[in-house]
Ligand binder design. Structure first.
Ligand code: GLU
Length: 438
């Protein structure tokens, strides 16, 4: 199976976790099948699209590790949309409409009052209306004439889907100022970029029915479709209300690991457990549309925080080299105590100081200071030394280890001392055992 997918965000805001999941699921599917992942900037809405948001999309995807195999902006491709438009027009599927937004709104409320679906009545197809409105000098917008029949596809997530396009309004393809709306450029690009699978949220299911008719009217092969349920909050509430606090930029600035974000977004709403993974490649290998359930996926920030910590606890040094101080031995000593990578600054202070020791048992601290062996130290040093301290003082268990930890680190809890001690070194250990800040 040859796979080409696209992620097609509109640069009208920052990428939030919902968009990121769309991007990720496309990327994982492409990687699983050795396919291509294209990034298409859907910027036909010139009034709302900005260069800053576009740059943010590139930056956020790069942070998440979702490399693309090609990219373009719709603004560069307008000529192709005109060609598609004329092709549809030649096929008799395009017609001009003259109603104002106010008139359409009135129509919709009349239908609503009669409990009928808000389907456009095609009044502009009536020659008398057309003549009248044209005579008034109204500028048209342009609609695609749906077949008003049943469109069927086998969705890779939803299974067999059937939508009667008689229940839908003919979509507006071109506004009266000549601007293309989303529907046609998306199909024209999907054809031109040979997209094999359109993978997107289930809010697009109805669009798909209209778009399949456009693929057909353009004589193009129809891609496969996968519409996954959207993200909701812990209590099932729509996430859109809180998107501001769930942008990738916020997560990055809060110090969340991109791999944890990806591992979380790849698994919520699926039959797989949420577990830490070490690479995106593992997530890709495990990816399958069949695992995606029909219920909404719950995005719970606290679960992401927990997964972030668990991801760090199993992270090899190679994944953080250059981002953390003191090399591999230090990383292995402290990683299981981190919730966020940024916590490592506090851990580094345990090694390099200053640490203000807490002397809980002065006699024990003094004996321990006396018994410190000469360097070089390694991970065996701790065992030999504490045994000697135990032998001399009679202290055991908590009565031995708690005062040593408080003296050496000033803290109740922390990384394993057998790993930390050689990094702290003899001079600082001695000073701290004597109650000196070091
Ligand atoms: N720009 C559209 C969106 O962000 C793309 C939808 C699609 O994948 O076709 O919703």
């Amino acid at each position: 199976m040859s796979v080409t997918v696209r992620f097609a965000p509109s640069p009208t805001g920052l990428l939030h976790v919902g968009n990121a999941r769309t991007a990720l699921l496309n990327w994982l599917f492409a990687k699983k099948h050795g396919g291509r992942f294209l990034l298409r900037i859907d910027d036909t809405d010139a009034a709302r699209s900005t260069k800053e948001f576009e740059q943010a999309i590139y930056r956020d995807l790069e942070w998440l590790g979702l490399t693309h195999d090609g990219t373009d902006r719709q603004i560069n491709r307008m000529a192709k949309y005109s060609v598609a438009f004329y092709q549809l027009q030649a096929a008799g599927r395009i017609y001009p409409c003259f109603e104002t937004e106010g008139e359409l709104e009135r129509q919709r409320s009349l239908l609503a009052a009669r409990k009928l679906p808000p389907v456009y009545n095609r009044a502009s197809l009536e020659p008398a209306n057309k003549a009248k409105w044209e005579g008034e000098g109204r500028k048209p917008h342009w609609r695609f004439k749906l077949s008003r029949s049943k469109v069927r596809w086998t969705d890779l997530v939803r299974g067999p889907v059937e939508i009667d396009t008689a229940t839908m309004s003919d979509p507006v393809l071109v506004r009266e100022d000549g601007a293309f709306l989303y529907t046609l450029p998306s199909v024209a690009d999907d054809i031109d970029m040979a997209i094999s699978h359109v993978v997107r949220g289930e809010d697009h299911v109805t669009n798909t029915a209209a778009q399949i008719e456009i693929f057909q009217a353009l004589g193009a092969p129809i891609p496969k479709f996968a519409h996954f349920p959207l993200l909701v909050g812990a209590g099932g509430e729509a996430l859109s209300k809180r998107l501001g606090s769930l942008s990738l930029q916020d997560l990055r600035e809060e110090g969340t690991e991109p791999l944890a974000v990806a591992s979380y977004l790849a698994k919520i709403g699926t039959s797989d457990p949420v577990e830490p993974r070490q690479t995106l490649g593992e997530l890709a290998a495990e990816f399958d549309f069949a695992k995606i359930g029909r219920a909404p996926a719950h995005f719970v920030p606290e679960e992401l925080s927990t997964l972030n910590a668990r991801t760090l606890h199993v992270m090899p040094y190679s994944a953080v080299a250059g981002r953390v101080p003191h090399g591999e031995v230090f990383w292995e000593a402290v990683k299981s105590n981190l919730n966020k990578l940024g916590d490592i600054t506090d851990m580094a202070r345990l090694v390099t100081g200053p640490v203000t020791p807490v002397i809980e048992d002065a006699a024990l601290a003094a004996a321990a200071a006396e018994l410190l062996p000469p360097e070089p130290w390694d991970q065996e040093t701790w065992g030999g030394w504490t045994k000697a301290v135990a032998a001399q003082t009679g202290a055991r268990g908590k009565g031995l280890f708690h005062p040593l930890r408080l003296a050496l680190t000033g803290l109740e809890h922390g990384p394993e001392l057998k790993k930390l001690l050689p990094l702290i070194g003899r001079d600082r250990s001695l000073a701290r055992l004597k109650g000196q800040t070091a």
